[in-house]
Design a protein around this ligand. Structure first.
Ligand SMILES: NC(=O)c1ccc[n+]([C@@H]2O[C@H](COP(=O)([O-])OP(=O)(O)OC[C@H]3O[C@@H](n4cnc5c(N)ncnc54)[C@H](O)[C@@H]3O)[C@@H](O)[C@H]2O)c1
Length: 467
C-alpha cells in the first residue's frame, strides 16, 4: 500500500537521529585534523561505483568528500565516470600508482567481486581506510588473506551492507532484540528473484562462478548477513543443494547477444539494451576495450552458477535455518518466519497478492536499480505470541535505494560513524566474512554431498553470540 509520506519527508524524520558531529569520525578524522575534505578514490567505475558510491556522494556530501582519483581497467568507462560523476580528478588503470600519487584517506572498492580482495589488501597495506561493496570476496583463501591484512593494519575496513539499514529489516531486528517471541529456535527464509532481476545475473559477469562466486556468494551474502545480524549468532554448519535448470545450457536456444540474436521474437528474455542510455554509455560504447557484453545470452553454455539453491544452516546457538533462493520467479520478493519459544514472527516484502500490488515486474526491476524513486510503501510484520492474539506492526519504508537502506548507510558512514547504533547495523570485516562463508560452505556442500563446518574454512571460530 502506498503512503502519502514521500521518501524525502521520511528521511527528514530520521535526520534527527542521524545528524551528528564529524569531529570523531574515524574516516574523517585525519582529513578534519588537516582541515580538509576526505580524500577519496574509487576503483571500479561500473554502475554501482559511478552512481551510489560516485555521483550520489558527490551530490550529497560536497563539503565532506573530495574525489582525488578513479581507477578501472576499462579506459572508456573511466572517462564516462568522470563526466557522469561531475569530477575532474585524474584517472588511472594502475591502482597502486593511483594510491601512491593521490595519497587518499579512503578507498571505495566497487569492482567485480572476485577482485575485491586485491584492492582491500593493497589499500589497507598502503595505509588507507577501505570501504568495499559486498560481497567481501568470493572464496575462503581470499577471505583469510583479507582477515590477516585487516589485523596487521591500523586502518578501518567497512563492508557496505545496505539491507540492514532499510526500515523493514530494522523493525524485525528491533522485535527480535526485544525478546517478544523468546529464544529463536528455527527460521524459514525464502528469497524470490523475478525473471527480470533474476535473469539479469545470468546475462552479466555474475553468471561465471570465477567472477562472482555464484549467487550463493554474490547475492545471498545480503541474505546471510541479515540472518547473522537478526539472530545475533554465527553460522556453524551448512548443508546445501543447488542446480542450473532454467538458464545456461538448459535453455531452448542461444544467440551471440540480444542485439544480434535471431531468436528475438520467441525469447521471453529478449532485452533491448539500446533503449537504456546509461547501459549503452557504460557498457556498449566501451566493449571495444575489454570485450564485456552486457546483454549477453543468458542461455550461453559457459554459465556455471546455480539458478535454484536450497540450504540448511545450523547456528552456533542451535537455531536451524531453512533458506532458498529462486532466480526465475514470476514476482520478486521475500518471506521469512522466525519460530521462538514464546511465539512466531512472520514478515514479507513485495509479495504482490498479499497487498494488492499492481506494479509490473519490469517496473519493479527498474526501481530496484534506481536511486531516484520516491515512493513510500507500508508492509506488516506480524508478531504472534503463544496462547495469545496476533499483533500487526505496519512499517513504512522507501521503495527505491534498496528499501531506503542505501541512503541511511551513507548517512551513518559519512555523517555519524561513531554514533552507537541501537540495532548494531554498522558492518565490519567479521560480518563480511561470516556472510560469505555460509555461501562458500553451501558451494562446498553441493560439491561434496556432505555438511560443511564454517570453522574449517578460515581461522574464524563461530560464536554463540556474535560479539
Ligand atoms: N550493495 C548492493 O546492493 C549492490 C548493488 C549492485 C552492485 N553491488 C556490488 O558492486 C560491485 C560492482 O558491481 P556493478 O554492478 O557496478 O558491476 P559493473 O560490471 O557495472 O562494474 C564493475 C567495474 O569494475 C571494473 N573492473 C573489473 N575488474 C577490475 C580490476 N581488476 N581493476 C579495476 N577495475 C576492474 C569493470 O571494468 C567495471 O567498470 C560488485 O561487487 C557488486 O556485488 C552491490
Amino acid at each position: 500500500m502506498n503512503s502519502n509520506m514521500n521518501r524525502r519527508a521520511f528521511l527528514g524524520t530520521t535526520g534527527t537521529f542521524i545528524a551528528g558531529s564529524l569531529m570523531s569520525s574515524p574516516l574523517a578524522g585525519r582529513a578534519i585534523a588537516r582541515g580538509e575534505k576526505i580524500k577519496t578514490v574509487l576503483v571500479g567505475t561500473g554502475i554501482r561505483g559511478t552512481s551510489f558510491w560516485g555521483r550520489t556522494l558527490v551530490q550529497n556530501f560536497p563539503d565532506l568528500i573530495e574525489f582525488v582519483g578513479l581507477c578501472d581497467i576499462n579506459p572508456g568507462r573511466l572517462e564516462y565516470a568522470r563526466n557522469f560523476m561531475g569530477v575532474t580528478c585524474p584517472t588511472y588503470s594502475n591502482f597502486e600508482q593511483m594510491v601512491t600519487e593521490t595519497r587518499p584517506d579512503l578507498i571505495l572498492v566497487t569492482t567485480k567481486d572476485s577482485t575485491h580482495h586485491e584492492f582491500i589488501i593493497k589499500g589497507l597495506d598502503m595505509g588507507c581506510d577501505v570501504l568495499t561493496e559486498k560481497p567481501l570476496t568470493t572464496d575462503e583463501d581470499k577471505c583469510q588473506a583479507i582477515l590477516e591484512a585487516e589485523r596487521r593494519s591500523n586502518n578501518k575496513l567497512i563492508v557496505g551492507f545496505n539491507y540492514r539499514w532499510s526500515p523493514y529489516p530494522t523493525k524485525i531486528k528491533e522485535l527480535l532484540q526485544s525478546g517478544v517471541i523468546g529464544k529463536i529456535t528455527s527460521v524459514d527464509f525464502h528469497w524470490y528473484l523475478n525473471t527480470y532481476h533474476g535473469a539479469s545475473y545470468f546475462r552479466r559477469w555474475h553468471g561465471l562462478r570465477q567472477a562472482g562466486g555464484t549467487l550463493w556468494v554474490h547475492k545471498a551474502t545480503h541474505h546471510f548477513d541479515l540472518l547473522n545480524w537478526w539472530l545475533d549468532s554465527d553460522p556453524e554448519e551448512v548443508y546445501a543443494y543447488g542446480d542450473l535448470e532454467h538458464y545456461g545450457s538448459s535453455g531452448p536456444f542461444r544467440g551471440d547477444k540480444c542485439r544480434t540474436c535471431s531468436h528475438k521474437t520467441e525469447c521471453k528474455f529478449y532485452w533491448d539494451i539500446t533503449m537504456d542510455q546509461r547501459a549503452m554509455d557504460l557498457y556498449v560504447k566501451n566493449e571495444q576495450y575489454d570485450g564485456y557484453i552486457r546483454d549477453n545470452c543468458l542461455f550461453r553454455p559457459e554459465i556455471n552458477i546455480y539458478d535454484k539453491m536450497s540450504a540448511q544452516i545450523k547456528y552456533r546457538d542451535n537455531t536451524y535455518v531453512n533458506y532458498s533462493l529462486t532466480t526465475y520467479s514470476p514476482y520478486e520478493g521475500w518471506k521469512i518466519a522466525f519460530n521462538g519459544m514464546k511465539g512466531r514472527i512472520d514478515a514479507w516484502i513485495d509479495i504482490p497478492f498479499m497487498n494488492n500490488e499492481n506494479i509490473s515486474q519490469s517496473d519493479m526491476h527498474a526501481i530496484e536499480m534506481s536511486q531516484e524513486d520516491d515512493t513510500m510503501l507500508r508492509e506488516p510484520v506480524i508478531v504472534h505470541k503463544l496462547w495469545s492474539d496476533y499483533e500487526v506492526h505496519q512499517v513504512e519504508y522507501p521503495r527505491g535505494g534498496h528499501g531506503g537502506g542505501d541512503e541511511l548507510l551513507h548517512e551513518q558512514i559519512f555523517k555519524n560513524p561513531d554514533r552507537k547504533d541501537p540495532y548494531d547495523r554498522p558492518a565490519g570485516v567479521r560480518d563480511g566474512a561470516m556472510s560469505i562463508l555460509i555461501g562458500i560452505a553451501a558451494r562446498k556442500s553441493i560439491e561434496s554431498g556432505n555438511p560443511v563446518r564454517i570453522a574449517e574454512l578460515t581461522d574464524l571460530e563461530p560464536r554463540a553470540r556474535r560479539i
